[in-house]
Design a protein around this ligand. Structure first.
Ligand code: UDP
Length: 313
């Protein structure tokens, strides 16, 4: 065994892929999740693996883990706009109170703490592409504020523990990521469009579809996170795929890859929906030697395959 890790949110989409990677790297993994948006299905493949254990717990309460720890990954949080609008207080609590608990745990164990932050800290950005030194344009009292501000607080907390307690703190700003194990109905654009296309239902483009996003395949993201975890970079690092397209263009890509004849319909643009988003990954390239290697088409084929196998069409 190489060491021991805690992954909060380990039964979620990203958390479970991270557990996969850590187990493959030879670590013991303790997954903590309250299953608010995560699912036991995401971790069922670890059943019987003696290096994996699961604790069902809300990570805003005191975390008691016996024995040494090398890494604490704080990945617990609702992460899709409809989830954090449905669970606003849980979202604020897991970002703010949860990160206090995980940093406290990392401090007690002298472990590396890795915070899953987000491109949402940039809000509806006035700088494009987004670089780590941009402070963002966030509406604190809008519907997305519960997520954005919780993550901004979490970053401040992670930096405070680094500065005042010398905790080995790492902050990854995660841009839109997709892949197997996303919930079909989590409301995010990738599962939404794929499932609509597979079911020949209308593709719901919000607004005129001119807003942009840049999508990273989950294996690329996990590679970037793991490199950051092993680095000594205490300031935030963007990890995402800089290939940018409009939501309307994205709908066409999904139609073409699924061979669907779904029509495109337009629905109201949600409040404070960022108009553009694209990571500047200069820092990750220079300091981690990381960049994404999975093309949008390749990654989407994997995601489409997963949804074909898991949803009722
Ligand atoms: N979107 C859309 N139709 C959907 C779901 C999302 O047009 O059914 C748009 C949404 O308005 C946003 C983009 O797709 O501009 C990405 O949305 P998502 O919920 O995936 O995450 P966000 O990047 O906004 O956090």
């Amino acid at each position: 065994m190489n060491g021991r890790c805690v992954v909060t949110g380990g039964a979620g989409f990203l958390g479970s892929h991270l557990c996969d990677r850590l187990l493959n790297e030879g670590y013991e993994v303790i997954c903590i999740d309250n299953l608010l948006t995560g699912s036991m299905r995401n971790i069922e493949q670890f059943e019987g693996n003696e290096r994996f254990s699961f604790i069902r717990q809300d990570v805003t309460t005191y975390l008691s883990i016996e024995g040494p720890l090398d890494f604490v990954f704080h990945f617990a949080s609702p992460a899709s706009p409809i989830d954090y609008i449905m669970f606003p207080i849980q979202t604020l609590k897991v970002g703010a109170l949860g990160v206090h608990k995980t940093l406290g745990l990392a401090k007690a164990k002298n472990a590396v703490h890795v915070l899953a932050s987000t491109s949402e800290v940039y809000g509806d950005p006035l700088v494009h592409p987004q670089k780590e030194d941009y402070w963002g344009n966030v509406n604190p009292i809008g519907p997305r504020g519960v997520y954005d501000e919780a993550k901004r607080f979490a970053e401040a907390m992670a930096m405070a523990y680094y500065r005042y307690h010398r905790v080995k703190s790492r902050i990854v700003r995660i841009f839109n990521t997709y892949g197997p194990r996303m919930r079909a109905r989590d409301g995010r654009v990738v599962p939404a469009f794929i499932c609509q296309a597979l079911k020949e239902e209308p593709i719901t483009v919000f607004g005129d579809g001119s807003q942009t996003r840049s999508f990273c395949y989950v294996s690329d993201l996990v590679e970037g996170i793991w490199r950051l975890a092993k680095s000594n970079i205490s300031t935030p690092v963007n990890i995402g795929n800089p290939y940018e397209l409009t939501v309307r263009e994205f709908a066409d890509v999904i139609l073409s890859l699924t061979g669907s004849s779904s029509e495109i319909v337009h629905e109201a643009l949600p409040k404070d929906d960022p108009k553009v988003r694209k990571p500047d990954i200069t820092k990750a390239k220079a300091e981690l030697g990381w960049e994404p290697v999975v093309s949008l088409e390749e990654g989407l084929r994997q995601a489409i395959k997963y949804f074909k196998e898991t949803i009722d069409i």
